[in-house]
Design a protein. Structure first.
Length: 217
């Protein structure tokens, strides 16, 4: 069947395949980094647990960047890795650049929101937020809302699948529980909505700039 393809179609298929591979490679690298960090953390007696987000602490502001890659235990990491990979693979099919943009925006905006609204102390101790569940919420809200912004049937279907598989678990995680940061979940979700809206606008603007572009509604 490949002989029926034109040279332009072959190039297009190769570019699509390369984009998928690059996106999946970046996702695998992020997951590998989380696991390497947890191995180091376990060996060091969980010393890295203190490198998360401390609400409104200027001196620990950098924790916004480090917190998604640190977990309290291997069980915590496993619980986050499963939805992170499931949702991340869907985004990664759009390429490494798209995955990096979505992830980076969610980490920064979601982390900043967590830094602003989380409690600074609980039970007389400083609250330290760690884990990538905020990014997971961002991925989910990005995928749930992207089809609405794009008015794309395929992306709407993806959003429905995400909602059916993970919707109940995600909603329950927004209910305050001891030791779980619903603030990180909520802020990650809001960040995912924002990046979906912004990237949808940017994608459509780029398509409009190209001669002969066709908008599919």
């Amino acid at each position: 069947m490949s002989s029926w393809l034109t040279d332009e179609q072959r190039v297009g298929l190769k570019q699509t395949r390369d984009r998928h591979i690059e996106g999946l490679a970046l996702l695998a690298a992020m997951v590998a980094l989380m696991w390497v960090v947890e191995i180091i953390n376990t060996i060091s007696g969980n010393e890295l647990d203190t490198d998360g987000i401390y609400a409104r602490s200027i001196s620990r502001f950098w924790g916004i960047l480090s917190s998604p890659f640190i977990h309290a235990s291997f069980q915590h990491l496993i619980d986050n890795t499963i939805p992170f990979v499931f949702l991340g693979v869907i985004i990664a099919f759009r390429g490494a650049q798209r995955l990096a943009l979505v992830t980076g925006f969610i980490i920064l905006i979601g982390g900043l929101g967590t830094w602003l609204i989380s409690p600074s102390r609980s039970g007389g101790h400083a609250v330290d937020t760690i884990g990538c569940s905020g990014v997971v919420f961002g991925y989910a809200s990005y995928l749930l809302s992207r089809g609405l912004f794009d008015r794309n049937l395929w992306e709407l279907l993806v959003g429905v699948i995400v909602g059916v598989v993970w919707g109940a678990a995600l909603l329950s995680s927004l209910v305050p529980h001891s030791g779980i940061s619903w603030q990180a979940h909520a802020c990650g979700g809001v960040a995912g909505l924002i990046v979906a809206w912004r990237l949808s606008h940017a994608d459509h603007s780029g398509a409009d700039d190209q001669p002969g572009a066709v908008s599919v509604v």
